[in-house]
Design a protein around this ligand. Sequence first.
Ligand code: PMP
Length: 391
Amino acid sequence: MKVAYFDNAASTPVDPRVLSAMLPWFSESYANSSALHSMAQHARHAIEEARQAAAELLGASDPSEIIFTSGATEGNNAVLRTFQGRILYSAIEHPSVRVVAQSFGRRAEPIPVDSSGTVRLDALKAMLAQPTDLVSVMLVNNEIGSVQDIQAIGELAHSHGALFHTDITQAVGKGPLSLADAPVDYATLSAHKFHGPKGVGLLWVRSDAPFQPYQVGGSHEEGRRAGTLNTPGIVGLGAACRLVIDEGESEAARLRAMRDRIREEIRRRIPDAVLNGQEDGAPHIVSVSFPGVEGESIIINLDSRGICCTAGAACSSDKRASSPVLEAIALPQEVLAGTIRISLGRFTTEAEVDYLLENLPEALCEVRGLHLPLRVSPSPQPFPPTGRGGV
Ligand code: PMP
């Protein structure tokens, strides 16, 4: 069955150009990049090219500040575990930050956000009155797409003697991303969120910032991350970075236009829908709540129509626990339970968006046990056979 894929914030399809860059490193040039022979040297060269591409994407002047990891989870864990002192983290951080911070007990405190999911700078400023080692605030939230002013947050942190970490996982390819002059000391990301492979990411540590290696037992990555380097994955990450450098701006504009159409049409076709997050947040995420229904029921109904999206965030959808992000923006419980996330990517087509907009009101009617279809257009359209993400 053809699938209309609206779960790009959970993971994206690997771009065919990324895949073809990766393939030789599985079967033709498979040497361990730490070895002495020429095949290993060849791998080392490819890894350094990827590091260069990643540095260019982030605007990092020194590529050696980039450490390849297994993904943003590892990077986030490693940054937080570097510190023994007080840590402030936003109340809407990904669990790979939040859960580590919570394990520190009273020395880590959440920074509140407002109802649009924007970090409250007044609260952060007041919290920074006490000595703090690290502030950790994500650039783009994965559940509701809210975007933070990391310039202002980083400046506040620095002016109070704290370092600043930002998880940029959901921001890559979704808007400008130069960290060169930004007050950022650590940044983390995962390649599979921007059409690269799963299981590879990076951690950027500014050269003067402290770092405690998380994985030890080898001198890889200048002793900062032990373990054989994932050459195909790293090459894929580098190729995915290059595509964002070349095409990111126009892609973000295309995503933004599709997102705006989805938001407008949901408002028009489903008047009691609650759109979450900022009015002009991340271009690829629409978070919407339908009062009085379970998000999971809508997801299952949409799935039966060949539409993939997520209730809340994918990272927490295996447990029926509530979402700390939606709680932090103070969504009432009866609205919160009916939240779904629609997320767009490079291969999302207008035809898929049409299909989603046609089916969402019907799915909602069915889940609510209503028999009158809310359909606005005259007849249901079969899902057109277009769109790579749809195979
Ligand atoms: N941070 C954010 C903002 C994310 O969206 C994700 C993935 N859901 C992660 C961290 C973790 O990424 P990974 O599972 O690839 O380690």
